[in-house]
Design a protein around this ligand. Structure first.
Ligand SMILES: [Zn+2]
Length: 79
């Protein structure tokens, strides 16, 4: 009997800090422009971030709990 490990990650990026309506920038993983931002305010597609964490979990073979939520949007010019 074989065992298959499936790692699926779903991030909640519904907070406004994960979306920059005004600037489309190259995804940090190099697959095109995006208006999405990761928890460190870097341009990143949601799916790219989910896949990256899934690969990391699979590679480590351990559970990692990542909190990707960001604080509520700050006023412009405060970054
Ligand atoms: Zn991407």
């Amino acid at each position: 009997m074989s065992t298959q490990l499936i790692v699926k990650v779903h991030l909640d990026w519904t907070a406004p800090g994960h979306y920059d309506d005004e600037h489309s920038l190259p995804c940090r993983l190099g697959d095109g422009p995006t208006k999405m931002r990761d928890s460190q305010d870097r341009p990143c597609h949601l799916k790219c971030a989910e896949d990256e964490i899934a690969r990391e979990l699979y590679g480590r073979g351990q559970v990692l709990i990542a909190d990707e939520r960001v604080a509520p949007a700050r006023p412009r010019g405060d970054r």
